[in-house]
Design a protein around this ligand. Sequence first.
Ligand code: SAM
Length: 310
Amino acid sequence: MIETLKNTRNLPDSALQELLESTDAALAQELKDTAREVCLKVKGPEVLVRALIEWSNICRNDCLYCGIRRSRAGVPRYSLTPEQILECCDAAWRDGVPTFVLQGGENPAAAESLLPTVKEMRRRYPSAAITLSLGELPFDLYAAFKEAGANRYLLRHETANPEHYASLHPAGMRFSSRLSCIRELKRLGFETGMGMMVGSPGQTTEDLILDLRLMQEIGPDMIGIGPFIPQSGTPFENCPAGNAETTLRLLAIMRLMFPEANIPATTALATLLPGGKQAGIQAGANVIMNVYTPLKERKKYDLYKGKTDV
Ligand code: SAM
């Protein structure tokens, strides 16, 4: 089986479905062990640490799953100042973490005001990786960020099924726009990240296989996946959370399909599953994200219930 698993990128949909749905615990373990083995061989034994700086929870969008959606009441909104962002970078750098991930709600006008901060981050830390995750922005703003010194961009595609996408997002947000942004980021030369929530309402195994096929077509450099976790005060507050085991199997499949990709064991996985970061690493992930957002603001980046903030 191991040799078949190592050839995961060529597996037919039926075999992927079996890997995702099988009740055979030995097969699931073999999948994760093989992914870990490939990870060690291709990426080495080091777990890479990223400094996550949650820049702002102000968002123009109203994604039905998200705790910082525009219309969710009772969320104290904040944006970090340039000085606060730079202090987070300084702290991360002192800790030996040379990869900064600046993430926030989608807010193009405010995002533009980050350009001088990104330039200063690049001036202070010429060798650092500067990753942005600021949603869908005008293409010339993506280009300006590249020019300012950012070199990576995370934009999860969320689901590769346009109808499923429409059921997770308000009218006006389109899968095709999301995809155009991802393609443009690649064209501009960003190391580009894709990904999706696992177990988002209405998602099927077929949808997950479509996600894998889309990523095979685009070739992301980074892949971020985590289980969907409901948040109170959102339309999906009573929906069940995604499944940690399915998330681990997908992490393993992605390591086998995309051996070179940087794949985090995400906070959402750790929120749902005690020891989830270690379990993710053991299933083929090679990155963890440590939160550097100032303590005072951390609780306000309240994407889902019980979010761990470390
Ligand atoms: N605004 C940026 C964007 O659109 O890419 C980045 C911020 S957004 C909050 C980051 C990611 O959080 C989303 O891509 C989504 O997958 C994830 N997320 C949001 N709500 C979630 C939930 N309830 N459970 C799990 N993940 C969630």
